[in-house]
Design a protein. Structure first.
Length: 323
């Protein structure tokens, strides 16, 4: 087994608690006494090969923890748990809503997790284990992992909510055009996060069944609290999405109103200059000479006629309340 395939392995309990498990010992299936946690990169072929040699996973279980992008779920049998959970992608240069996925196979004394991209919640747990303060049972590992995945979402959701509020305030003070792309992006982020968190809530709720032996009462209480936090986050995302949709509609209405106002002004100008253009065009034909061309005051009288016609139009428009 390559060192890249096994990201890390630890003994969680027993006399060797906190001890790291080397790839060589994993390859030889030489595990110390206690609860074991192995974390793999599922994209490497060595992972599939080792899992097949390990012998404790059937083909369906293997495909579940080696598959590509799947929706969050938890499936519990009498002996093991198969789960797929998602968390925010906090890797540098990545969009948070481009969720990272962790796949889990767990029994009472053995946990196997796989991932493609780095998951900071797992890194925090690894640091705790090395410091001697990490989880000791399968239930504690899964409970803490669920808590950490959800806890990291609060900051991003709050940031999206504050950005929507900022756009709502600025949209009334500045032009709508500059905010349309931003509010659309915020609405997309909220929708993407909610799309993954909704099934994740269902996956966490499954684990609160008292008949699941992997969790004790304390684990179930913490999972219940995590589900409550996740429910609140989903509700906040729904509210953000609705507020963004309303703001988008207001921005679109403002753009349409601005356009209508400009078209209205142009229509008024066109209505005023249409008869003036007709008269000047008619006199400019010069087929039989311009009437009054021999009269010195003809041009002045014609200009006064155009001015009077314009004034009469303006009065008529005001009477009809066209402006």
């Amino acid at each position: 087994m390559s060192t890249q395939s096994l990201i890390h392995g630890y003994v969680l309990s027993g006399p060797h608690k906190g001890q790291a498990i080397t790839p060589e010992r994993v390859l030889a299936h030489d595990f110390p006494e206690g609860t074991i946690w192995l974390h793999f990169d599922y994209t490497l072929p060595e992972t599939r090969q080792w899992l097949r040699e390990f012998g404790r996973l059937d083909e369906i279980d293997m495909e579940s923890i080696l598959s590509g992008e799947t929706r969050p779920r938890s499936h519990v049998t009498e002996e093991c748990l198969i789960a797929t959970w998602r968390g925010l992608n906090l890797n540098p240069g990545s969009d948070p809503e481009d969720m990272v996925t962790i796949r889990i196979w767990a029994v009472e004394d053995f946990i196997i997790t796989t991932r493609k991209r780095r998951i900071f919640s797992v890194e925090e747990m690894r640091q705790q284990i090395e410091a001697g303060t990490g989880p000791e049972t399968t239930g504690e590992v899964l409970t803490q992992l669920a808590e950490r995945l959800i806890k990291r979402m609060q900051a991003i959701i709050t940031e999206i909510e504050e950005s929507v509020s900022e756009v709502e305030e600025e949209a009334h003070l500045e032009g709508a055009q500059k905010h349309r792309a931003r509010i659309a992006d915020l609405r997309r982020q909220a929708t993407a996060l909610r799309r993954y968190l909704k099934p994740q809530l269902e996956a966490f709720n499954v684990l609160q069944d008292p008949s699941i032996v992997l969790f004790d009462d304390d684990d179930r209480a913490r999972l219940h609290e995590t589900s409550n936090h996740l429910t609140r986050y989903i509700e906040e995302l729904e509210a953000i999405r609705d507020r963004a949709a309303i703001t988008q509609e207001e921005l679109a209405a403002n753009v349409a109103e601005e356009l209508n106002n400009r078209m209205y002004v142009l229509s008024i100008v066109a209505a005023i200059f249409l008869p003036l253009g007709f008269l000047t065009g008619l006199l400019g034909v010069n087929v039989a000479g311009i009437p009054g061309a021999e009269y010195d005051l003809a041009f002045l009288l014609f200009c006064l006629l155009l001015g009077g016609l314009t004034a009469a139009q303006i009065v008529l428009f005001r009477i009809k309340r066209w402006f």
